[in-house]
Write a protein that binds this ligand. Structure first.
Ligand code: FE
Ligand code: FE
Ligand code: ZN
Length: 280
């Protein structure tokens, strides 16, 4: 059983991998998330192999692992626009190649917005993109993030995530990242009914598919479908409910990523707060 909470936050990539390693150590993180490229899309900087090598050494020496890279927000695998779907496919293929420099980690993406095509068309397009980009040789596991279901967002219901996975051939390369703010905003009551929400996740998707947690509070009440993250303890989910999340037997071994509105010192504080609440 894990004796130390695996936790980190979203870090800036602007100083390269070495800087992310330093930032992780500064805030007391032993995992973290980062954008594989500019979150608003476009080209990616070439990988600096020396920078990665230095980082991998720091990571190995300090138990930093199970990184959860994040695809850019602009990537929409189920846009009605062919060019945008093509961009999503090309970007994900390229990201997966780049992530092989830091092998064996996670790559999380938003299933996307069907932009009026309907959920079923959206699900089919997301699955077909995954079938086009996943390879049996990749060491990265690609994670579908649970969403709020606002607007035409796909992935607000566990059933939608399950159906995408059902249609993908290389299922062992796929997993799910549960975002506490998103499921809350989607109407899953993780504050009062964490057990039954996880039971539902298990019945619909299979709990073994759950690979990472985005641990966020929410600025809005249950089912609000807003997607505004709040600092731990300052939102509608609350500190105690989030402590039950990190300690739940089905979740406690997973990597937890903070995506709360914070600078590094704020993250350092939240990591300390949650580590102190982790029961051994
Ligand atoms: Fe996300
Ligand atoms: Fe998230
Ligand atoms: Zn969000």
């Amino acid at each position: 059983m894990r004796e130390k909470l695996k936790i980190g936050c979203h870090l800036s990539t602007s100083g390269g991998y070495t800087q992310m390693g330093k930032d992780a150590l500064y805030i007391g993180a032993d995992t973290f998330a980062f954008f594989t490229r500019n979150p608003r899309g476009g080209g990616a900087k070439a990988i600096d192999e020396n920078d990665v090598k230095k980082f991998l050494k720091t990571a190995a020496e300090n138990g930093i692992s199970q990184l959860v890279a994040h695809a850019p927000y602009t990537l929409n695998p189920c846009s009605s626009n062919d060019h945008l779907r093509e961009f999503a496919t090309d970007t994900m293929k390229d990201d997966l190649l780049r992530l092989e420099y830091t092998p064996g980690n996670y790559y999380n993406f938003h299933p996307g917005s069907h932009t009026g095509q309907g959920i079923d068309v959206g699900i089919e397009e997301i699955a077909s993109l995954l079938n086009a980009v996943l390879t049996k040789d990749q060491t990265t596991t690609v994670l579908l993030e649970t969403m709020t279901g606002k607007g035409s967002e796909v992935g607000g219901r566990f059933e939608e995530i399950a159906e995408i996975i059902r249609r993908v051939e290389l299922k062992d390369k796929l997993g799910v990242c549960l975002d506490t703010c998103h499921v809350w905003d989607a109407g899953y009551d993780i504050k009062e009914n964490l057990d039954s929400v996880l039971k539902e996740f298990d019945d619909v998707i299979g709990i073994e598919k759950l690979k990472a947690i985005h641990i966020n509070d929410s600025k809005n009440p249950l089912g609000a479908k807003k997607d505004r993250h709040e600092k731990i303890g300052n939102g509608y989910i609350g500190y105690e409910a989030l402590c039950r999340v990190i300690n739940h037997p089905a979740l406690r071994e997973l990597p937890f990523i903070l995506e709360t509105p914070n600078e590094l010192d704020g993250y350092k504080h939240e990591i300390e707060l949650l580590r102190a609440a982790y029961k051994i």
